[in-house]
Design a protein around this ligand. Structure first.
Ligand code: PRX
Length: 635
């Protein structure tokens, strides 16, 4: 049990040194001691960032669900694995033990098999945060099918793009979902999407809201009767360590989302190990991450990381403000939650409501508070510390990405001295570096640069589904022989990292990764729009809001501009989802462009930030006069 659980700062430094001096040996020991492998690997690591090719634990055979479930049945059969807290507090919760999870996953796996799903097939899962989501994910893994979970807030067009990109033939969805006091017609969204997805043969439908939906003959099937008939035993498919486990889409700088491919062995080792240490999980703790399983945070730290450690993981179907703003605190009290992991945007939204919603609740069970997804500002950090942790609970600001699979830079609770807004130090085995504009590594402290990682870690995404060239260009071409994160960071005098934000065309809104290109693509489909450019601007709650500069084909005539604004946001909602709606829309005559026709987003960003005292070099602009005009009319 040597290095699996780190207990002191000295130990962290010692093990960290070992983990970067000889990463293969380090990861081999962790992998050997804590997991169930059906066959051991031939080689710990093979890598070449120039190709790029990364292989961990090659030759090993395993099934991740045996590690998440079966092996716990000896000691934890009756321990609660998953707590399901419904949207409506009046509805009864569900507690699923490891034994029950085993049976339900096996039944689901048998249903998938009976529908013709085989090892290597892609299955799209488009479900709300209900137990069937976790069960479907694990059932795919059980039979070696590759799951592609699509966040159930995405629109039908976004769903269709993702289904087609990975050629899913099976979709798992529900008749609808609850969200606060609303219901959402998920099945209709799937039906619309499938108009464009001719290869989908089967749609399995969970009954959640009892809505009156139509099943399409020969394609759609209610899941419940199939589950009832299925056996609760299903052999786990033997997988290679490097077989794909799942695809998860993330935004990029072009219109097409990137299907990040994570493989089995390395992802398992890394998510398990980070979960244990970043959250200091102890045997009887109740752990709650408020993310949706549609995002990487949910994959790694609601499903896989916790279950690999035999933990109790809570999944919540609802939203923080329904029935009122005390919902999170009420749930923490109800289950005596020990670790609570959420996004800065949720903290800011809750902080705005003051402390009245908190005071009636007993939050004394909390031991660790986590944040993820975007930089946390100092004020929000202190609010979290003062009001939720009562200054007694360790806060971990965890930096990572869909592509990294697991937490990369984080304090270890009660071990690493925290510093608000700093994600602090690299996790074991992680070698971050800062690069300057000339592509050189900056070795000193108290510097700012572009954040790269210079050595592989087990859970790095191995490719982009169907597009290895794009994988290479996006992550391994900006800096030689380094993985480029797309983030800027600064390193302070003691070597702590603070993530300053994206340095590419991705904007993080409420912790969600949004690419400017797909949003601009949606806007440009409006018949009156000639061109558009999106930038982020500081937003009290969302971290960043979206500011759109839009050129209309005929300016100033005809249509009411407010209506056009609404229609543009409607188009975005249809094509991407409501999370990508613009907060501000300014109609402009022209956009500032360089002579080669490139939009100078830097200037638009400064105007949106209301920071126009120094616009920098504008001499390369083709139309410098437009800048003043845009500034005069800025919102
Ligand atoms: O910009 C960083 C920001 O979120 C990006 C990754 O987004 P995504 O792939 O959706 O994964 C989010 C959940 C892991 C990063 O490139 N980000 C994530 N965590 C932090 C953060 N920025 C600052 N501090 C963080 N703790």
């Amino acid at each position: 049990m040597s290095n699996y659980f780190i207990k002191s700062f000295e130990e962290y430094f010692g093990i960290y040194r070992k983990s970067v001096e000889n990463p293969e040996l380090f990861w081999q020991e962790i992998a050997e001691e804590h997991f169930l492998w059906r066959k051991k690997w031939d080689k710990v690591l093979d890598w070449d960032f120039t190709k790029p090719e990364i292989k961990w634990f090659q030759g090993a055979k395993l099934n991740i669900t045996e590690n998440c479930i079966d092996r716990h049945l000896v000691n934890r059969a009756d321990k609660v694995a998953v707590i399901f807290e419904p949207n409506n507090p009046e509805e009864k919760e569900e507690k699923i033990t490891y034994q029950q999870l085993y049976e339900r996953v096996n039944k689901m796996a048998n249903v998938l098999k009976s529908q013709g799903v085989k090892k290597g097939d892609r299955v799209c899962i488009y479900l709300p945060m209900i137990p069937e989501l976790t069960i479907s994910v694990l059932a795919c893994a059980r039979i070696g099918a590759i799951h592609s979970v699509v966040f159930a807030g995405f629109s039908s067009q976004a769903l269709a793009t993702r289904i087609n990109d990975s050629d899913c033939k099976t979709v798992i969805t529900s008749d609808g979902s609850y969200r606060g006091n609303k219901t959402i017609d998920l099945k209709r969204i799937v039906d619309d999407a499938l108009e464009e997805c001719k290869n989908v043969e089967t749609v399995l439908v969970v009954k959640r809201i009892n809505s009156n939906i139509k099943l399409k003959e020969n394609r759609d099937k209610w899941l419940a009767p199939l589950l009832e008939e299925a056996s609760n035993e299903c052999n786990a498919e033997l997988m290679d360590a490097e077989d794909p486990l799942f695809i998860l889409y993330t935004s990029g700088s072009t219109g097409m989302p990137k299907g990040m491919v994570h493989t089995t062995g390395g992802y398992m080792v890394y998510t398990a190990y980070t979960f244990k240490n970043a959250f200091n999980y102890q045997e009887n703790d109740v752990y709650w991450c408020t993310a949706d399983i549609g995002w990487i945070t949910g994959h790694s730290y609601i499903v896989y990381g916790p279950l690999l450690n035999g933990a109790t993981t809570l999944m919540f179907e609802g939203v923080p403000n329904y029935p009122d703003f005390s919902r999170f605190w009420q749930i923490i009290e109800k289950y005596k939650v020990n670790q609570f992991y959420t996004a800065p945007t949720a903290i800011r939204a809750l902080a705005k409501e003051g402390i009245e919603p908190i005071t009636p609740y007993d939050l004394s069970s909390l031991k660790v508070l986590g944040t993820v997804g975007e930089p946390i500002n100092e004020e929000a950090w202190h609010w979290y510390d003062d009001n939720i942790g009562k200054n007694k609970v360790s806060i971990v600001d965890t930096w990572w990405q869909t592509e990294t699979g697991g937490i990369m830079i984080t304090p270890l609770p009660y071990i690493t001295p925290t510093k608000p807004t700093y994600a602090t130090l690299p996790f074991l085995g992680i070698q971050p570096v800062l690069m300057d504009e000339n592509g050189e590594e900056i070795k000193e402290n108290q510097v700012e640069g572009r954040l790269c990682i210079k050595y592989p870690w087990p859970s790095i995404a191995r490719t982009i589904w169907g597009n290895h060239k794009r994988y290479k260009e996006t992550y391994f071409s900006t800096f030689k022989n380094k993985y480029f994160t797309g983030d800027g960071a600064l390193r302070d005098e003691v070597g702590y990292y603070r993530i300053t934000g994206r340095v590419d065309d991705v904007i993080i809104v409420s912790g969600h990764n949004l690419g400017t290109a797909p949003i601009e693509g949606a806007i440009n489909e409006h018949s009156m729009v000639a061109e558009s450019a999106i930038v982020g601007f500081p937003h009290d709650i969302k971290g960043n809001g979206l500011y759109g500069y839009i050129i209309l084909k005929v300016i100033g005539e005809g249509r009411n501009h407010d209506n056009v604004r609404k229609e543009i946001n409607q188009l975005i909602t249809e094509q991407i989802g409501p999370i990508a709606k613009l907060d501000k829309i300014q109609f402009v005559r022209e956009l500032p462009k360089t002579r080669s026709g490139k939009i100078m987003r830097r200037i638009l960003r400064k105007i949106a930030h209301k920071d126009t005292s120094n616009l920098g070099d504008t001499s390369t602009l083709l139309n410098p006069e437009i800048v003043q005009e845009i500034m005069d009319n800025a919102l």
